[in-house]
Design a protein around this ligand. Sequence first.
Ligand code: GLY
Ligand code: MN
Ligand code: MN
Length: 430
Amino acid sequence: MKYIPIKNELYKSNRTNFIKFLKPKSLAVFNSNDIMPTNADGSMPFRQNNDLLYLSGIDQEESVLLIFPEAKNPKHREILFVKETSEQIAIWEGDKLTKDKATELSGIDTVYWTSQFDQIFHALTTEAEIIYLNQNEHLRASSPVETRDDRFRKTCQSKYPLHNYDRIAPIMRKLRPIKSQLEIDTIQHACNITEKGFRRLLNFIKPGVMEYEIEAELAHEFLKNRSRGFAYEPIIASGFNACVLHYVENNNVCKDGDVILLDVGAEYGNYASDLTRCVPVNGKFTTRQKEVYNAVLRVMKAATSMLVPGTLHDEYHTKVGEIMEAELIGLGLLNKDEVAKQDPKNPLYKKYFMHGTSHHLGLDVHDVEERNRPFEVGMVLTVEPGIYIREESLGIRLENDVLITANGPVDLMKNIPIEADEIEALMNSK
Ligand code: GLY
Ligand code: MN
Ligand code: MN
């Protein structure tokens, strides 16, 4: 791992919070993710399961975490299983976690090799009445790929059919949206790396530059700062491409007179940042581009001010839609009379602003959440309004990451240039 490990107090306190939600005599099992294959003997870079990571800090494949607060043997109230290393593995892959290192990272004293899991788990099932298992319950999860957790659920339920089972995911949806100070610091660190990447671009973007050359500049800056790289597939979309919401080809030339939309964020220590900025390829917005840009910026500022405890996500999005509606009328894109007659269930502004305003941010870019829970202190959300005008080949989205506090919203990206004049001045400075 390139990052400096986060202090294990984070994982200790996350486990303390987690066990408060368990029913009596419960045993919870968390599996790491697999290393995903590509072709032949190739594999994708490893990405840990975020629930296991949240409760242990263990960023290695073939790991299992058991939490059993009422285990008779106090040593077995928290157990970590990690892959046994060998001389062979050391030669080909380098260091894997030793038991001592796993304890140091996680704060868990009892560490066994993963090969011992079946035997120890079997013994513990005789003491437990409920087994909590995990599943990806994210609203938009749609992968056909079976995870280690999926496989374990099947084998566990067939081997122990008479136990009661419960779900881990609803507990994680309660815990993970509220970020602790160590998590906020890590997200802020990711935002700061993203800032370095963005600033690097302001003198680099010019007519004739390829979108992938911009991607390469960012990747360079992110890796130089101990980031693994992009927190999600970067969108580097010039001209009309900005109107394609999930454009990730990044293979076009940036043309004089176009605006380029950059939805790019670094990850750090597995935490995401999520930024969008739009800049003029030639260093100067046209009057029309600036009008649209400033309309989006006003919506963003108004939306940010609503990120306070007690706000309901859906009501917030509706309110932002109304503000956006007024801006679209001002830009001549919507007609006031038609808006007055519109179907409130299908407002006209959706033609130009067709996505959500905000999502939670954390270990996942679209972090786990309880949609109907009012905003609370410690939540981190993006704010990302946009206006996409296909007939003008112009797409503007602006996106910052914001922490909700008792004293109002704190913008974790406040240092990243956003005013149109500042962007132009920086692009034209030597
Ligand atoms: N970059 C993904 C998003 O903005 O939601
Ligand atoms: Mn986002
Ligand atoms: Mn984004």
